[in-house]
Design a protein around this ligand. Sequence first.
Ligand SMILES: Nc1ncnc2c1ncn2[C@@H]1O[C@H](COP(=O)(O)OP(=O)(O)OP(=O)(O)O)[C@@H](O)[C@H]1O
Ligand SMILES: [Mg+2]
Length: 250
Amino acid sequence: MINLKVNNLRKHFGGLQVLKGVNFEINGPELIGLIGPNGAGKTTLTNILDGAIKPNSGTVYLNGERIDQYKPYQVALTGLGRTFQVTRSFRRMTVLENLYVPALAVGEEQNRAVVHNKAMEVLEFLTIDHLRNDFAQALSGGQQKLLELGRLLMLDPDVIVLDEPFAGVHPKLMEVIYEYIRRVNNDGKAIVIISHQMDAIFNLAKRLLVLNYGDMIADGPPDEVKNDPAVIEAYLGVDEDEKEEMAGAQ
Ligand SMILES: Nc1ncnc2c1ncn2[C@@H]1O[C@H](COP(=O)(O)OP(=O)(O)OP(=O)(O)O)[C@@H](O)[C@H]1O
Ligand SMILES: [Mg+2]
């Protein structure tokens, strides 16, 4: 059974307290939306979960194993993967080579044919198999997002954190990403979607976490959370578009 346990995480950058004791737990293949205003600490939390930065205090356990002091590749091997708000592919490698990298980077003696077949399967699913021999730098922003999602699947993580997967994505590709999230979740993976796009969040997520400048102010079913006075308060005056979208999703 998948279990991610985040205990009292604190992180500051100089005098700026970005996470003020964050707690939550994921049990099983949940589909969770993580929302909050710009600068709330969502990406910082993701960076701690995947080992890119270390918390000042607090712990993270994945399936019973403490991972908060691990390096990113160790976290990936333990079973947590993430995508980046600003995509990071190897721009001068082909699309297919970008997918080989995670399998090679973990240092496992993997059969090349197995890795290749898996990469092809992933690219077909993401509808970018025709781009397999193109350099990653030739892809559109949305296609880069898809490539990141593909890279993630190569390591078969238990928990996936998607940092703004819809930002800058052409509407045509949105459906592919929706389908990816639903299918990977149905395959038994826990997924956390960070997004400012409330329509997408309310469409997909079964549970919402709301981070507000370092405090997790709500955690529950979307219908309850969107009516929570603390959440409404946090969004008031922050961003007019978001406020409208929150209202529209009621
Ligand atoms: N390496 C860093 N050094 C200093 N300050 C940082 C660093 N990383 C993040 N911050 C600050 O921490 C705060 C939280 O940033 P973070 O990127 O986690 O927010 P976010 O919720 O992901 O926002 P957004 O919705 O805009 O992506 C911001 O004030 C940011 O400027
Ligand atoms: Mg962010």
